[in-house]
Design a protein. Structure first.
Length: 166
């Protein structure tokens, strides 16, 4: 609950911890209450609030639950670190405008600095592929390099002959 409250505050919501016996969070936007997050992480909206806001809160709660065991990127950051390699980082965050989780890559350049505008990705697979390419974490050319047929055929022939000799 504390992580959800902290994350919502980073996104611009106001959150108040309520309840002594059964704990819940009161979520406010622009000083007006819009809904509650119960201890079982269900979202209840105040009557009259739009279904879009309920959907948005549900997505944010699901995002935080999915990343609750990940380390945050820096102090007071709304990003979670997915992968770190030699100081470079692949992070995820919830984009309020797009209403989905997105991924950012922070690469340290030759001067030891990180770009202020990292490349953003909508899918983890695309972000991870670009992260691997930029950091050299895995030599993809060596992984996907295929030996020519004649070399593979020679290797099989030599292996077969060696087995017969032994």
């Amino acid at each position: 609950m504390d992580q959800i409250a902290a994350y919502l505050e980073k996104l611009g919501y106001e959150v108040e911890d309520q309840g002594k016996i059964k704990r819940f969070l009161l979520v406010l936007k622009d000083g007006l209450p819009i809904g509650f997050i119960l201890s079982d992480f269900t979202v209840k909206m105040i009557a009259g609030e739009e279904a879009q806001k309920a959907s948005e809160l549900n997505k944010i709660v699901a995002f935080v639950k999915a990343n609750q065991h990940s380390e945050t990127a820096g102090h007071n950051s709304a990003e979670y670190i997915m992968v770190t390699y030699r100081g470079n980082q692949l992070t995820t965050f919830y984009d309020l405008e797009a209403e989905k989780s997105r991924y950012a890559i922070y690469i340290i350049d030759k001067n030891g600095e990180v770009s202020d505008t990292p490349p953003l990705f909508d899918s983890y697979k695309a972000a991870m592929h670009e992260f691997i390419l930029q950091t050299g974490m895995i030599d993809l050319k060596a992984v996907f390099k295929k030996e020519p047929f004649r070399i593979r055929w020679r290797r099989k022939l030599i292996n077969r002959l060696m087995k017969k000799l032994l």
